[in-house]
Design a protein around this ligand. Structure first.
Ligand code: NOJ
Ligand code: CA
Length: 621
């Protein structure tokens, strides 16, 4: 059951999943929709509340499905439309939303629109579905994105006897948004999937929709006009849907994709991502604090999507040349690890398989302002294979068990769409879900606890953000506040022990209570608050008013109030409301004399069973 909340994406934990790589249900060596559906319980258990599926449409698969030949059906290697509907229903039953791809900057050259266009008369509506030119010199200001593969954004088409425009691979012609018929066709595609019940759409490569001579053809006004039209169209027909922009741009331009709250609901924070890695390696909070300062505030109904890694290279397009050199030196000494303007590695290998650094970056991912997007396999610290070509090294089969093909598929290992990771350090026999679930000290369990802790405090998803300015720049510290709830985050970016003094005078008299262990720290006074932090340590605190922090158990004078939108009985059936109830229970329960454990704290509560009582009958008895 899904909560009726248009801002659901603010509290979400999004999990990015390539269908091909997750689970193979029919033993052909390729992950599929049924396989993914079978793994929804796993994702629910981890705490995921939304999945973002990578393209599953018919495609020549020369760009892993971002080269679409038919937008309205499913590639038969992944299943069929019924399988997709089943995935959607099963996800919704578990309170998990489904975000799919709307790749409408370009199509595959095999798409019937392109086949029709290249044969249609010059100047016709059909021909003008794409951008044509008689010369390859037009738009000289435009950069080339896939630098390792293409040397021009124009390709010659011998059938049309003209050049066509492409921002990515030559076999991905860009659609022409000057043509109203293209815009209409795109709205129809959105209708097709949204009317099935899809909850969100990621708009691939959205800055490049419109082109205009004399510009760099990015972020043009026409693109924003179209996005407003798309948003208006969706809002008028479907409640609670979300548009997620993939706009790899500087903060100023990226924030424009929110419009005035009337374009996209979400957008990836591309500039922040590499700066998290830089700050860690430089042991300096500056890259993070600086980029956040440069990030404009965004409308209330919008949210940044934060990520550490995804299915592409760790892109270094949004950093200076100097910073890019630094990142290559720090994180990709091996030239084989570099591709285009980025690094094709997974999280764990990037961080030298150092558990403390992995935890630290994940703790920032889940506490900085925005919604975290996790990349499949990173919850178990999966490795990569930089020898696989293009970006395939970070798209290998999910590692479920130590069995054949890592439990991903029953097929002959030679038939797998890509080999499983057998690197000695990340071998699937060691790094797999089953092994990690069996050990409560594993990264998987740590991630699960981190996610469920975040879910207990809405301030992480919805709160304001205030950066603190400690003299010791090896420490990053900030607060998040939402309807009276204050969170303090303190993170040591250094590999050595650090001390830090924070000006917390705005919270004078309050008590920092460490969130994971519920340990009370000394009350905040006017003078600087002192912390010592072990290497890569991070703390999350709630700041609580001193008087409500109960020393001797006594019944609360007022019962805590939980406000819900629909029926009160939903508190037991809707995961999100249930977890809010669970988060207020510890304070409530420890206020009773029967609990009486002065030195004990209730760390968390979980409702495992709900037993309905017929109130009328009880009264009669
Ligand atoms: C962005 C996608 O994330 C990437 O994988 C793809 O290659 C390009 N868009 C082109 O579609
Ligand atoms: Ca399969």
């Amino acid at each position: 059951m899904l909560k009726n909340d248009p801002l659901w994406f603010k509290d979400a934990i999004i999990y990015e999943v390539p269908v091909r790589a997750f689970a193979d249900s029919n033993g052909d060596g390729i992950g599929d929709l049924r396989g993914l559906t079978e793994k929804l319980d796993y994702l629910q258990d981890l705490g995921v509340t939304a999945i973002w599926t990578l393209p599953f449409f018919p495609s020549p698969l020369r760009d892993d499905g971002y080269d679409i030949a038919d937008y309205r059906s499913i590639n038969s290697i992944y299943g069929n439309i019924e399988d997709f509907q089943q995935l959607l229903d099963a996800a919704h039953d578990r309170g998990i939303r489904v975000i799919i791809e709307l790749v409408v900057n370009h199509t595959s050259d095999k798409h019937p629109w392109f086949q029709r266009a290249r044969r249609a008369p010059k100047g016709s509506v059909e021909r003008d579905f794409y951008v044509w030119s008689d010369s390859a010199d037009k738009f000289p200001e435009v950069r080339i994105i896939f630098q390792d593969f293409e040397n021009s954004n124009w390709a010659w088409d011998s059938v049309a006897q003209a050049y066509y425009w492409h921002r990515f691979f030559y076999h991905q012609p860009d659609l022409n948004y000057e043509n109203p018929a293209v815009q209409d066709a795109v709205l129809e595609l959105a209708d097709f999937w949204l009317s099935m019940g899809v909850d969100g759409m990621r708009l691939d490569a959205v800055p490049y929709l419109c082109v205009e001579e004399g510009t760099n053809c990015e972020n043009l006004p026409g693109t924003h006009v179209f996005l407003k039209k798309l948003r208006g169209h969706i809002d008028s027909k479907y409640p609670n849907r979300m548009l997620l922009a993939e706009a790899n741009q500087w903060p100023e331009d990226a924030a424009k994709y929110y419009g005035a709250g009337d374009e996209c609901h979400m957008n990836f924070h591309f500039p922040l991502m590499p700066r998290l890695f830089m700050a860690l390696r430089m042991e300096d909070n500056f890259p993070i604090s600086d980029i956040l300062k440069q990030t404009p505030s965004i409308p209330n109904n919008c949210q940044w999507a934060l990520f550490l890694r995804n299915h592409d290279e760790l892109t270094l397009e949004m950093v200076s040349d100097e910073d890019r050199d630094y990142m290559y030196k720090a994180y990709a000494q091996d030239p084989q690890a570099r591709i285009n303007l980025g690094i094709r590695r997974r999280l764990s290998p990037l961080l030298g398989n150092d558990r403390r650094q992995i935890e630290l970056l994940n703790s920032l991912l889940l506490s900085l302002p925005g919604t975290p997007v996790l990349y499949y396999g990173d919850e178990i610290g999966m490795g990569d294979n930089i020898y696989l070509g293009d970006r395939n090294g970070v798209r290998t089969p999910m590692q479920w068990t130590a069995d054949r093909n890592a439990g991903f598929s029953r097929t002959n290992p030679q038939r797998l769409y890509a080999p499983v990771i057998v690197d000695p350090e990340y071998h699937y026999e060691t790094i797999n879900v089953e092994a990690q679930q069996a050990n409560s000290n594993s990264l998987w369990w740590w991630m699960k606890r981190l996610i469920s802790t975040r879910e207990r405090f809405q301030a992480f998803g919805r709160g304001s953000f205030e950066l603190l300015h400690p003299e010791n720049r090896k420490v990053l510290a900030f607060t998040r506040t939402y309807s009276g709830q204050h969170i303090l985050v303190v993170a040591n970016l250094s590999r050595f022990v650090q001390i830090v003094e924070l000006d917390l005078s705005a919270f004078n008299g309050m008590v920092p209570v460490e969130i994971f262990g519920r340990t009370k720290f000394p009350a905040i006074k006017e003078y600087p608050y002192f912390f010592s932090l072990s290497p890569y340590a991070f703390y999350w605190f709630t700041l609580q008013p001193q008087q409500t922090y109960i020393e001797t158990p006594k019944p609360l004078s007022k019962l805590p109030v939980l406000t819900v939108a629909g029926n009160w009985k939903d508190i037991f059936s809707q995961a999100e409301i249930k977890s809010r109830l669970e988060s207020i229970l510890p304070n409530y329960l420890s206020s009773f004399p029967w609990f009486g454990g002065k030195n004990k704290v209730i760390q968390s509560t979980e409702i495992t069973e709900v037993i309905p009582i017929d109130y009328q009958q009880k009264k009669l008895l």
